[in-house]
Every structure is written in structure tokens, then in C-alpha cells.
Design a binder for this molecule. Structure first.
Ligand code: ATP
Ligand code: MG
Length: 558
């Protein structure tokens, strides 16, 4: 990764710098701790870029740790997808991959330590009662009648829980902290519960599972994490994080720091909500290119560098805010503008017959053109033309005012990389739609100015004789509401027009060989990426990655 990818200074790098300077730390160890209950989204990319980026910039380490304490919702498919996404983004974790479940034995031991100090008890209130006893922000909680059990009794009952002798919800282990704390998370939080579910990694070994707040801080300490970064909603929980580590025998002492979440306009950053879109079939899987999941962005043609650059630009702060979609789009546009090969594809083909093709000075049928205007290293290709070509229907009008820089009857435009042509007449169908244009080419006008011929603009075209017919998916925002996550029912703000399928766009011949994941700038249209799902050789399907800044809509207004 390039040097300019260093994380710009932020409050966390300030903390690290201070810690290193004051000798509170002599290295940096971070972790990225996803729960494997869905695919990663753009919000996770922010956390990945920060945690792995800090490890890179400070020559430290970053662990990938699956926070797999809820056997009911977790799945190997999610584990594999998360590993793939982190690697695809360009990061490497410190081997091996960790799992909270690797520490179940140790966590159990630390729970016993709390019991032995009179700092944890087995409660037999029901989950509803526990909630009721917990109180509210205005009212203190009440103590459970089981709170003052003896150490021996708690040991015996916790063992009974472990042996599977309590039904789910019939008993749990709670830390004994303070039922009157202004921080609700400190009102005797549950730290172990009964779940009769097979775990993806530990199988049937356990029927009690530790809760997040108990697990996370201890896992950090076991791994020697120095700076444990999470999002702001865990601010209060930091007290519990510290309380647990203060009361068990572990030596290592990580610290938790909170940053604001990434919220992105028109997209969801909640695995639970994304899962609903997938389950209801509203999108074509977790990697639907309209989703801002990492796999969806990949399928759409986003590059890892563009996502890293986006994360660099949004920065790391404690202020909650919502980032505009255009911020993400401009990152990929800049990257693809610099790196994607150019090609021509006519989305709405209209046939043009060059009546004088073959006459003197109008015989050139092959043109060698660069794949990129500024990058000779991307090579060259040959495009062809013949008597019949296709242009985009939007690039022809019978009449138009002077602002119209495309083809109209009686005036001239240049074909990209080719001849100047002049439209002579057109044919229409019964409904009055133009179905064919007759034109003539200006002799010897390829790559040359010709006296008395001043084409108004340049339009793209393909050769009707050898173009390939391809499917192009024009993708738009998945939601009509910029903040779908806040909508009462986010399913009601799904954009019904988020995908427009063009079945028979006409692409220049070379595009027939495009491979899954290949990205191109279709000249004058935008950036497009070959879909990687159900790929058939010779029949690429293209997804719109992002429009050119100058969209066709804007052009059409001219
Ligand atoms: P989700 O609601 O999507 O499940 P989560 O926070 O529960 O999100 P985790 O798998 O627990 O998801 O998250 C792994 C890491 O990614 C955590 O450290 C979390 O703070 C971070 N993270 C998740 N969402 C965002 C976001 N929108 N912005 C920044 N960091 C995030
Ligand atoms: Mg979570």
C-alpha cells in the first residue's frame, strides 16, 4: 500500500502517540472483531481500515477475531465471506484467525473467579423479570432476590447451568455491580446465559455462552490488544469493560476507545436489516451490486483502493454524521478514471447507414486506438467500422437547437476515433420513432481536421457488423429515503426503479471477451463492471459502477 495511505491524524492516533511517548505502551496491537452473523458492509470497512491501518502505520499487529458467542445466528458462510472481504480490501491479519470461542474455557475460569470473590451470582429471575427489575434511566433498578447467594451456592448452580440442568431463560450468571448505577449496563449485567444450540466451532461442548461485554474485554486482554476501538454506542459499556478487567486475575490491560459509526446516505449499515433484504428476495443476495456491502461493492466494480481512500477521507472522529453517497462515488470514479480501460458500448442502439462508405477517402475500416488516453501501458486495441454502425438513440435528433452537440439532420459530428459524419435523412416506424439514419462520411477525416467541416461534438458508436449484444444493468439508489435505517419500515422506502435492465446493448467486439470483475469506462456513459455471478464466456453482463460526472441526464438538458 502506498505511503499516502497513512491514516491522517485523528484523536486515536493522538492517544497512541501519547501512550507510546509516555511509555504506557511500547507497541500497537489492534483487532477487528466482527460477529459472523452476516456479510460486512461499508461501515465495517471504516473499522477495518482504521484497525489494520493503525497496525500498518505503527508497525504493530491487527488480529481478526470472530465474535462468535451467539451460536444461533452464526454461520460458516459468514466467516468465509468476512475473511475474503478483509483480504480483498488489502489487509492481512496476524495469524491465526481468532475466535471468541477459542477462549470459552478461559472465560469460564474468569467467571468462576468473579463468583469466588462474591462478584457474580446465578439469577433465576426470568428474562422479562430481569428487564423489569433493571429500572430505567430515571429510576434505579431493584435487586434480584437471588443476589445474595453464597459463593458455594453460586458455584453449584453455575455448574448446574453448565451441565444443562436449567432450561434456556431459567437461570443466568450476573455480575454483581450496582443496581443503582446511572449506567444501566452496570446494573448487574448478565454475563452468561443458557443456550442449547450447537456452535459452529465448539459443537455441543457448551450449553452456556458468555455475553458480549464479558467476552470482549477478556478476549482483548488474552490477545494482548493495546487499543480496542469500537463505535460510540459502547461508550457506557466501557465502564463494564474496565470493571471486568479490574476484577479478574489477567495481567494484560487493553483500553477501549469509541469513534462515531459510519452512516452513509441511501444505504443500510446493519447486518440485521441487510439480512432482511436478502431473505425477502428484494436483492439478489448479500453481494447484490446495489448494496453497500463490501461484496456488493466488489461486484459493482469498486476497487479496494477506492474504498480505502473513502475511509481515509471520512476520517475518524467522535461526531455522529451521515456521509453523502457522492463521497463514496467520487472515490471510485477517480480511481477508475485513472485506471479503467476505455471502450465503446451503445446502450440504446440506433442504426446509421453510411451511404458513401467504400467511396474514395471513406474506406478505413480498422482503427488502432489507445485503451486509455493517459496510460500507454494499458495498450491498444482495434476497433472497426463498416457501412452500418450503431449510435445511441439519444445521440440523434431530426431537429435541435445550437446547444445540441450531437447528430442532427444536416449537421456534422465526429465518430469517436473515426470519421466526421453528416446526417442526411431518417426513416421512422408506424409510431413515428426513428429507426434508421442515413449519413455520409467526410472523406479523409479520420484523425484530421478537414477544411469547411466543423463537427459540433464527438459521439461513440459500434460497428453493426461485428458488435456483441450484451446485457447492461443500470443501477440506481436502492432506497428513495436518504436515511432508510431511520424509516419506520425501511422496506417501504425501497426504490422500485433501482435496477433497469438493458437486454441488447451493442458493445464493441473486444468487450465480448471481458471477464468477471473487469471494469471499463464506456465512453460518454460511465464505468461498468462485468458481473461475476452466473458468468458465461462471451456473454458478459455489465453493471453500472458509477456514472461519469457529466451524466447523460445533465447532457440531455443542454
Ligand atoms: P451490525 O449492526 O451491522 O451487525 P455491528 O457493530 O453489530 O454491526 P460487528 O460485526 O459487531 O457489527 O462489528 C465489527 C466491528 O465493526 C465492530 O468493532 C464495530 O464497532 C465496527 N462497525 C460496525 N458497524 C460500523 C459502522 N457503521 N461504522 C464503523 N464501524 C462499524
Ligand atoms: Mg453486533
Amino acid at each position: 500500500m502506498a505511503e499516502q495511505e497513512r491514516i491522517p491524524r485523528n484523536f486515536i492516533t493522538d492517544i497512541i502517540d501519547d501512550d507510546l511517548k509516555a511509555g504506557r505502551a511500547d507497541h500497537v496491537a489492534t483487532r477487528f472483531p466482527p460477529e459472523p452473523n452476516g456479510y460486512l458492509h461499508i461501515g465495517h470497512a471504516k473499522s477495518i481500515c482504521l484497525n489494520f491501518g493503525l497496525a500498518r502505520d505503527y508497525h504493530g499487529t491487527c488480529n481478526l477475531r470472530f465474535d462468535d458467542t451467539n451460536p444461533v445466528k452464526e454461520d460458516m458462510e459468514y466467516i468465509r465471506s468476512i475473511e475474503r472481504d478483509v483480504q480483498w480490501l488489502g489487509f492481512h491479519w496476524q495469524e491465526p484467525v481468532r475466535h471468541s470461542s477459542d477462549y470459552f474455557d478461559q472465560l469460564y475460569g474468569y467467571a468462576l473467579e468473579l463468583i469466588d470473590q462474591g462478584l457474580a451470582y446465578v439469577d433465576e429471575l426470568s428474562p422479562d423479570q430481569i428487564r423489569e427489575y433493571r429500572g430505567t434511566l430515571k429510576e434505579p433498578g431493584r435487586c434480584s432476590p437471588y443476589r445474595d447467594r453464597s459463593v458455594e451456592e453460586n458455584r453449584a448452580l453455575f455448574e448446574k447451568m453448565r451441565q444443562g440442568e436449567f432450561a434456556e431463560g431459567a437461570a443466568c450468571l450476573r455480575a454483581k455491580i450496582d443496581m443503582a448505577s446511572p449506567f444501566i449496563c452496570m446494573r448487574d449485567p448478565v454475563i452468561y446465559r443458557v443456550r442449547f444450540a450447537a456452535h459452529a466451532l465448539t459443537g455441543q461442548k457448551w450449553c452456556i455462552y458468555p455475553m458480549y461485554d464479558f467476552t470482549h474485554c477478556i478476549s482483548d486482554a488474552i490477545e494482548g490488544i493495546t487499543h480496542s476501538i469500537c463505535t460510540l454506542e459502547f461508550q457506557d459499556n466501557r465502564r463494564l469493560y474496565d470493571w471486568v478487567l479490574d476484577h479478574i486475575s489477567i495481567k494484560s490491560r487493553p483500553h477501549q476507545y469509541e469513534m462515531s459509526r459510519l452512516n452513509l446516505e441511501y444505504s443500510l449499515t446493519s447486518k440485521r436489516k441487510l439480512n432482511l433484504l436478502v431473505e425477502k428476495g428484494i436483492v439478489d443476495g448479500w453481494d447484490d451490486p446495489r448494496l453497500t456491502t463490501i461484496s456488493g461493492l466488489r461486484r459493482r466494480g469498486y476497487t479496494p483502493a477506492s474504498i480505502r481512500e473513502f475511509c481515509r477521507r471520512i476520517g475518524v472522529t467522535k461526531q455522529e454524521n451521515t456521509v453523502e453517497m457522492s463521497a463514496l462515488e467520487s472515490c471510485v470514479r477517480e480511481d477508475l478514471n485513472a485506471n479503467a480501460p476505455r471502450a465503446m458500448c451503445v446502450l440504446h442502439p440506433l442504426k446509421v447507414v453510411i451511404d458513401n462508405f467504400g467511396a474514395d477517402g471513406v474506406t478505413q475500416s480498422e482503427f488502432t486506438v489507445p485503451n486509455h488516453p493517459d496510460k500507454p501501458e494499458l495498450g491498444e486495441r482495434t476497433i472497426t467500422m463498416s457501412k452500418e454502425i450503431y449510435i445511441d438513440a439519444a445521440d440523434f435528433r431530426e431537429e435541435a437547437n445550437k446547444q445540441y452537440k450531437r447528430l442532427k439532420l444536416g449537421s456534422e459530428v465526429r465518430l469517436r476515433h473515426g470519421y466526421i459524419i453528416k446526417a442526411l435523412s431518417c426513416e421512422k416506424d408506424a409510431e413515428g420513432r426513428v429507426i434508421l439514419v442515413h449519413a455520409e462520411a467526410v472523406p479523409n477525416s479520420v484523425g484530421a481536421n478537414v477544411e469547411n467541416h466543423k463537427p459540433k461534438g464527438v459521439i461513440h458508436y459500434v460497428n453493426a457488423a461485428d458488435c456483441v449484444r450484451v446485457q447492461v444493468n443500470l443501477l440506481d439508489k436502492l432506497f428513495t429515503d436518504p436515511n432508510p435505517g431511520a424509516a419506520e419500515d425501511f422496506l417501504s422506502v425501497v426504490n422500485p426503479d433501482s435496477k433497469t435492465v438493458i437486454l441488447d446493448a451493442a458493445a464493441e467486439k473486444s468487450l465480448g471477451e471481458a471477464q468477471p470483475g473487469d471494469t471499463f469506462q464506456f465512453e460518454r456513459e460511465g464505468y461498468f463492471c462485468v458481473d461475476s455471478k452466473d458468468f458465461k464466456a462471451g456473454q458478459p453482463v455489465f453493471n453500472l459502477t458509477v456514472a461519469l460526472r457529466e451524466t447523460r441526464k445533465a447532457q440531455a438538458q443542454l
